[in-house]
Design a protein around this ligand. Structure first.
Ligand code: DGL
Length: 287
């Protein structure tokens, strides 16, 4: 069983790509709907909430947890991997993965392990745009990791304040469209009208409204599909770490929420019509 964590519904975009890529694998999804959105929270709070979600998934038998959330990855992944996990009861055979690495690899066409500019740098002069939550953009994680590998890339970032929250609240399409239209206009103002070559939707909620980004971005823009990139990257990771692949006996999707399962079932089906029903995460796990 592999765990997938998100602040709310956004990680479903990742989970759906994983379920398609690994039909024989069991996944437990944990949506922290009681605390969504994370994007404007203080960093320490994001770390604490992410750690609680990871522990809940570990307690339910997941040995590997994928953070299907850019905000949690940007703010908490490294701290949990380097400071918390090695000192926890889970240290010997559990791990936590984030989703920034596969996205940066795709944007730069450079393996994550390579942290210096290579020659030739395939996309070195590309203009790349990143949309994300306040916390993800302010972390500068995409800027730092892309520039290490392709220093001449022209990067522009745009905070989409309130968008993840509006998606969670199932706000009507007109409101979502307005938020996206103004985020794209702000971005294009920063680039002085020049279209990006690639766009990273650096929040897993945003692929749920990718059609609205498409409507306002110039038609030449290539939107990197983070859920598929993450699924491919997990396949590669499991091939290199068969000990986690061995944990895959339990098939199916198990859905947990810290929020109200009835409400979350209704909202998640707007985006994924046959998503399995959510159970409450606030019950003691039986493993
Ligand atoms: N889906 C998340 C992300 O990828 C978090 C959005 C939020 O909770 O603000 O950043």
């Amino acid at each position: 069983m592999i765990g997938v964590f998100d602040s709310g519904l956004g990680g479903l975009t990742v989970l759906r790509a994983l379920a398609e890529r690994f039909p024989d694998t069991g996944f437990t999804y944990y949506g922290d709907h009681a605390n969504v959105p994370y994007g404007d929270r203080a960093s320490d709070e994001v770390v604490d909430l992410t750690r609680a979600g990871v522990e809940a998934l570990f307690s339910r038998g997941c040995h590997l947890v994928l953070l299907g959330c850019n905000t949690a990855t940007a703010v908490a992944a490294r701290r949990l991997q380097q400071s918390w996990l090695p000192n926890s009861q889970w240290r010997s055979d559990h791990n936590i993965l984030g989703i920034v690495a596969p996205t940066v690899e795709a944007a730069t066409q450079t393996p994550w392990a390579v942290t210096t500019p290579q020659d030739p740098q395939k996309h070195n002069t590309d203009r790349i745009a990143v949309f994300g939550t306040t916390r993800t953009i302010q972390s500068d994680v995409y800027v730092e990791e892309i520039r290490k590998r392709c220093p001449r890339v022209r990067l522009t970032q745009q905070i989409c304040a309130g968008l993840a929250g509006a998606i969670e609240a199932a706000d009507d399409e007109a409101k979502l469209e307005q938020l996206i239209k103004s985020a794209v206009a702000n971005l294009l103002q920063k680039t002085e009208g020049e279209a990006p070559d690639q766009v990273i939707l650096g929040c897993t909620h945003f692929p749920l409204v990718e059609h609205l980004f498409r409507r306002y971005l110039p038609t030449t823009v290539d939107i990197l599909s983070q859920p598929e990139l993450v699924a491919e990257s997990l396949a590669d990771y499991l091939a290199r770490h068969p000990n986690y692949a061995c944990q895959r006996q339990t098939m199916g999707l198990h859905m947990l929420t810290t929020g109200d399962p009835v409400l979350i079932n209704r909202r998640s089906r707007v985006f994924w019509s046959d998503v399995p029903p959510f159970d409450s995460a606030n019950q003691t796990p039986h493993i």
